[in-house]
Design a protein around this ligand. Sequence first.
Ligand code: AMP
Length: 423
Amino acid sequence: MNENFDNLGLIPELLQTIKEIGYTIPTQIQNDAIPLVLQKQDFIGLAKTGSGKTAAFALPMIQRIIQERIKGLVLVPTRELALQVWEETVKFSKRVKINAVVVYGGASMDQQVFKLQQNPDIIIATPGRLLDHMRRRTVNLSQTAIVVLDEADRMFDMGFRDDIYQILSQTRRERQTMLFSATMNDEVIRLAKRYMKSTQKIGEETHIPLDKIKQIYYEVEREFKPHLLLRILQTENPSLAMIFCNRREDTERITEYLNKYGMNAVCLHAGMRQNKRQNVMEDFKQSKVNILVATDVAARGIDIKNVSHIINYDIHENPDNYLHRIGRTARAGETGKAITIIEPAEYRYITEIEYVIKRTMRKGNVDEFGPLLEVRFERHYQQNRSFQRQGQRYGQGGHRPSGHGGQSHGGGRPRFGGNRNRR
Ligand code: AMP
């Protein structure tokens, strides 16, 4: 492990910039990756946000680009990460001549086309938008000889697999490909085998400190979920909580509902304007608001310390996603709490999570929160309700999976549930 950046092979201009930025000791991933990038090797970097991975690939990539007059491409899963990587790249390029552009969905196509016409040295992009440009022939990747796939596991989770494959096949055949991922999975290995010269690994797989996260779940019918959430927040009084919903509309409705009852909540989803999203993240990072109600997409790649509570207002059907969510608490040696709310027909997701985390989750007693009020978000559920009625008529609605030690919620309450149509 190097004590400073001097012996990693970086040119003086970059070393000077690093000094000015204030980095003195390279992180593990920087120590391992920088020499490999300069040696033009392919590798899988197991590293998560916060490990210093951006500098680990951006610094040597900039160096190779100016020395060899080649082009670079960084693919990232979200706009936030795209902007973050672009900002860092611009910072590192202060003393060298590098033109980096950022390209992501939801922003003006024309402006991006204009910037792409300047023949940039580095393109930082989300896969969907880049593919749009490729189809319109407003980008040309034939000179792209360095490719970074950042947060590859997340990109696969988000369904970008085919986009990535298409994009890679348009870049130079003799290229350097680096893949960064917090976790190894089959998709990552498959991509590496197909598109990389080497599958050598550096870094360590993200370890989520499960022992430090108190995990509990509550089961309740859907129309009681908002009030249960409110009661949980009133009881737990979290210093900083992230609440995950599966749908954008729900992040908005839940935020509105919580604020109506005196909570200090903001919502974050991918449908919001970019500068609004950035402001929201800043406010949450600085604890100006203590409750962030978000979809997974919006929250991805964001490194926030001191999150005391993760609340899964909706459970996600992919257990990896559950792990990713709860991994946002208990950072840097702290402890955290992960609370999951499920509807009766969703118990099987708990079983799947328990299998992945290799431990059983405690089931909380909803009755501890007193009588729960029914809350319906009318407009949103109108569409689903006709489906529910159908489901009930055909005997699909709201039955509890067998073998499940459920609890009673008291007599007379209407029961809905098991609408799988909305995911
Ligand atoms: P990243 O994992 O690339 O998102 O980086 C996480 C944070 O660590 C960023 O705010 C970087 O500016 C910072 N950082 C990266 N490398 C170093 C380093 N060697 N020393 C101190 N801070 C660093």
